[in-house]
Design a protein around this ligand. Structure first.
Ligand code: FEO
Length: 163
C-alpha cells in the first residue's frame, strides 16, 4: 500500500528537486555574467542533474500507479555577492535537501514501504556526493581568496565537468 501521505511527501520532493534545478540555472546565468564560463558550465550540468533527480521520483510515483504532480514554486535568487557566496549558498541548500531526503526515508521506514526505501537509498548516497563536491569548491574558493589567477584556474577546471 502506497500511502497518500508518502505520495504527498514524494510529490513535494519533486518540487524541491526542480527548485534546485532552477536555482543552479540561475547561478549558471550569474556566472556567465561574471565572465566565468567554467563555473557557469558546472552549474548548468548541476541543473541537468537536478532535473533527473526530480524525474526519478516522478517516474517512481507513476510506476507505483499513483499520480505524480507538478507543483509550482517561488523563483530562486538571481544575485550573489561573490563566487564564494554562490557556492556557500549551494552548500547550505544541499544540506537542506539532505535533511529532506532523510525525513522522507524516516517516513518510508515508518510505513514499511520497501520500494520507497530502496529509491531513497539512492538519494541518500547521492546527497553524500552532492555535499562533497560542493564543499570541495567552497574550500577551494576560500583558499583562492582574492586571487584572480586562482579563480581563473578553478574556472578552467570546473568547465571540464561532463554532462
Ligand atoms: Fe537533488 Fe542537489 O540534490
Amino acid at each position: 500500500m502506497f500511502s497518500q501521505s508518502l505520495q504527498d511527501a514524494l510529490n513535494e520532493q519533486i518540487k524541491n528537486e526542480f527548485y534546485s534545478a532552477y536555482m543552479y540555472l540561475a547561478m549558471s546565468s550569474w556566472f556567465e555574467d561574471k565572465a566565468l564560463p567554467g563555473f557557469a558550465k558546472w552549474m548548468r550540468v548541476q541543473y541537468q542533474e537536478e532535473l533527473t533527480h526530480g524525474l526519478k521520483i516522478f517516474d517512481f510515483i507513476l510506476d507505483r500507479d499513483a499520480r505524480a504532480l507538478v507543483h509550482g514554486f517561488n523563483a530562486p535568487p538571481a544575485e550573489w555577492k561573490s563566487s564564494l557566496d554562490a557556492f556557500e549558498s549551494s552548500y547550505a541548500h544541499e544540506q537542506k535537501v539532505t535533511a529532506m531526503i532523510n525525513n522522507l526515508y524516516a517516513l518510508a521506514v515508518k510505513e514499511n514501504d520497501y520500494p520507497t526505501i530502496v529509491l531513497l537509498q539512492w538519494f541518500i548516497n547521492e546527497q553524500v556526493e552532492e555535499e562533497k563536491s560542493v564543499k570541495l569548491i567552497v574550500d577551494q574558493l576560500r583558499m583562492a581568496g582574492d586571487s584572480a589567477t586562482a579563480l581563473l584556474l578553478l574556472d578552467r577546471e570546473l568547465g571540464a565537468r561532463a554532462a
